[in-house]
Design a protein. Structure first.
Ligand code: B12
Ligand code: SF4
Length: 467
């Protein structure tokens, strides 16, 4: 039995044209979901993973599969349906799963033979058995997996052409921010994989650089932090000779022992979501507000950096508190915090989130011709109507934010400081130049977006916000 597991492409997934920038290819990141599914697949299936980010293959020239599984983030949904259509026309059954299939079940059921919602780990073997016997059900729900059921991912199945390997050590996030899909999808219960499983899987990764995909690496409670320390100790003992990056909340900075252990285990940088230049702006959006309010954020960032780990700060533009001038304000605040990189995303109502429900009920989602418009739900296009910012206004704020933070003197200051402190200056330089390189292409992408939005959405608000 032949199984294809497919990660569809989205040419708009970054505002950067993949052909133009070698730093921004999505091929730097491996599609872990499919490697995990492959790990759960019995050996009688001949399994291939197709990552369209490496190039779209000529499916008709490939051997006919017996079953196709397709994953999709929302931004990949259109392409996923095209691929599904191709195989269904050939009479090959198609199963879809992942976050978009879970959040937009009805839409996906119309375009696939079967859908697996939520985490597939517990049900995938049954799905395959049903497929083998030709009696696939229309829907399976995996619920929240037991962490002992999570199979080691098949890191061997994809080519070596990726910059980062990927691994997951925990699932779920208790903070439940209203704009984020994670709590809705993986639940608020913070679940941790057994440490020996993680260490063994880490050892099977071939890449020297690894992305730990956990949404919240260390969790929030004392027992979560204690387990994170045990994990870091075990990774250090295993002497992996790898560097890894991860996502963490700012409470990562609150425990010196944790920081020292993380660095010893190979952590070379963390993404931290600050989201708003004034934590007050986050009031009403969920748990992050409590972690940030009243904190000396610059000192927190410095504590992380003192352990030679870089800090990438992530912010959102378009929160209800954001007014004209917010772009420069974010850039200034990020500079003051001392982050090594700044990543700013447009507030985007992702399906299944509380933000989606709120904006929908307020009639603030003009880009709503689905599934076509899902391709813009990359967080790099302003798909909603923002309270105090028009369409042109919010785009200008984004441009001015990035131009301010990634100015030549700004980059020089940051890289020099990393050089001086012997804190990975070359990585810092590459990251900063990559963002700066995006500025011109971003402006072109926004112009295209506005043109298409004008053409395809006659009723859409061109000029703007309600404030
Ligand atoms: C790693 C990651 C990335 C990597 C992706 C690497 C890759 N190619 O997969 C990078 C950095 C490239 C990335 C980019 C983006 N990401 Co991202 N990312 C994640 C993250 C943190 C982890 C995903 C992961 O690997 N999980 C581990 C695996 C094992 O779990 P899983 O993917 O859920 O798969 C399980 C089930 O879903 C199911 N399943 C999945 N696929 C399939 C398919 C079949 C057939 C079946 C049966 C089951 C099944 O089985 C798996 C095992 O249980 C998630 C957060 C999260 N918790 O999901 C966000 C997340 C998926 N990303 C998100 C977003 C918005 C994006 C971007 C659009 C924007 C951005 N700037 O970040 C881009 C778009 C990328 C694209 N290709 O279109 C959102 C998606 C929301 C949505 N509705 O789409 C998430 C949920 C984060 C959030 N805050 O809301 N991302
Ligand atoms: S802390 Fe991060 S992962 Fe957790 S809900 Fe908020 S944005 Fe999502």
């Amino acid at each position: 039995m032949r199984l294809y597991l497919i990660n569809p492409s989205n040419p708009l997934v970054s505002i950067v044209n993949v052909k133009e920038s070698r730093w921004n290819r999505y091929r730097v990141w491996k599609p872990l979901s499919l490697m995990v599914l492959a790990g759960l697949t019995p050996p009688e299936w001949e399994t291939s993973i197709v990552d369209e980010n490496l190039g779209v293959p000529d499916y008709s020239a490939m051997p006919r599969p017996d079953l196709v599984g397709i994953t999709a983030f929302t931004s990949q949904a259109n392409r996923a349906y095209e691929v599904a259509g191709h195989f269904r026309r050939l009479g090959v059954p198609v199963i879809m799963g992942g976050i978009h299939a879970t959040m937009c079940l009805d839409e996906v059921l119309e375009r696939a033979d079967s859908v697996v919602t939520r985490e597939a780990d517990g049900v995938w073997p049954q799905v395959l058995e049903d497929a083998r016997q030709g009696r696939l059900k229309r829907r399976y729900d995996g619920g929240f997996a037991e962490m002992t059921d999570v199979a080691p991912a098949r890191h061997d199945l994809l080519s070596r052409g990726y910059t980062f390997g990927a691994i997951q050590t925990t699932r779920g996030c208790p903070l439940n921010c209203s704009f984020c899909s994670v709590t809705a999808f993986n639940g608020a219960h913070y679940r941790q994989r057994p440490i020996p499983d993680v260490v063994r899987e880490f050892q099977s990764i071939r890449e020297k650089l690894v992305l730990v995909v956990d949404d919240n690496l260390i969790g929030t409670r004392p027992e979560h932090i204690a387990r994170a320390k045990d994990l870091f100790r075990a990774l250090a003992r295993a002497n992996l000779r790898k560097e890894w990056i991860a996502q963490a909340t700012i409470n990562f900075a609150d425990d010196e022992e944790l920081l020292a252990l993380a660095a010893k285990a190979g952590c070379s940088g963390v993404f931290v979501g600050f989201e708003s230049p004034s934590p007050e702006g986050l009031r009403g959006y969920g748990g992050k507000f409590n972690l940030l309010k009243g904190r000396d954020i610059r000192a927190s960032v410095q504590r992380i950096q003192r352990h030679k780990m870089l800090v990438a700060g992530s912010f959102i533009i378009g929160l209800d508190a954001d007014e004209p001038g917010v772009g420069r304000q974010i850039a200034e605040v990020a500079r003051r915090y001392g982050v090594d990189n700044l990543n700013v995303l447009f507030l985007t109502p992702l399906p299944g989130t509380r933000l989606w429900d709120q904006m929908k009920s307020e009639g603030r989602i003009p880009l709503d011709v689905f599934p076509q418009d899902w391709k813009y739900y990359t967080l790099t296009y302003p798909v909603a109507q923002y309270k105090h910012l028009s369409l042109d206004g919010i785009i200008q704020e984004m441009i001015s934010c990035n131009e301010t933070f990634y100015s030549v003197p700004g980059i020089f200051r940051r890289v020099f400081s990393n050089f001086w402190h012997r804190r990975k200056p070359w990585i810092s330089l590459a990251g900063n130049l990559s963002y700066r390189g995006n500025l011109r292409r971003a402006a072109e992408a926004y112009a295209d977006f506005k043109r298409q939005r004008g053409e395809g959405h006659d009723g859409a608000e061109e000029s703007g916000g309600s404030g």
